[in-house]
Design a protein around this ligand. Sequence first.
Ligand SMILES: [Zn+2]
Ligand SMILES: [Zn+2]
Length: 285
Amino acid sequence: MDQEISYGSDYKFIPATSIASGIGIEVLPDLYSHTIQIVNICLVGNPETKNFVLVDAGMPESANEIISVTEDRFGANSRPQAIILTHGHFDHVGAIIELVKHWNVPVYAHELEFPFLTGKISYPEPDPTVEGGLVAKMSPMFPNEPINLGNHIQSLPSDGSVPHLSGYRWIHTPGHSPGHVSLFRDQDRSLIAGDAFITVKQDSLYKVLTQEMEVNGPPRYLTTDWQAAWESVRKLEALQPTTAVTGHGMPLSGEMLANGLKKLVNDFEQIAIPDYGKYVNKNKH
Ligand SMILES: [Zn+2]
Ligand SMILES: [Zn+2]
């Protein structure tokens, strides 16, 4: 039986964009990243085998774009075997209801993210007072109510495997949200980081617009546990990823990635944690 599935009542088109909007990059032969306005979705899988998954589901009202990007890469009427969510913020689930209805595929996420994906609990209000400029000030318009995926949502397997994505494992990277996960493939050390760290300074409207590259902590206005976020970045850095696709900003690889991550881990308090804001307690440690 199909339950009703729905967005939160505050879901709406958000007028934010960047120069990367509408652009796709083949990061690896089986890893394709496409930017919807300011956020990235990933198609993971080889176009020749047609077995693939979608990681994250873009901004509100982007379903048609996601479907056409998918069909361009994998052929007419192709559909992923599953949708994997790094977390449930509005800019990562913005098109998911239409996509689930269109493709009728299962969605996988970490159990700790379920309350926000099954209509139970709203995310904390974005913090417009956080240090970090115009995007933070825009953040009160961002949806934070839970969506409801009903029985379409399933828990990521406890053994760390990722359904329909052999070779990858999921890594719990909380802080930005409680059930945030990143995906890592040991064979080539490729990483799909979600918002655990990003490669643009999301708090600067100018840098979002121009996608100026720098390894940064998670978007500030939605991050509620900075100590956990720091631990998560440490965990990812220890894996020594060679390529990373993040939720926001351009894909990064090689030395730029290694050095940027190292610097972020070492100087997390200066680079990532805002000086003030309602979810900030710099004296905790
Ligand atoms: Zn997020
Ligand atoms: Zn995001």
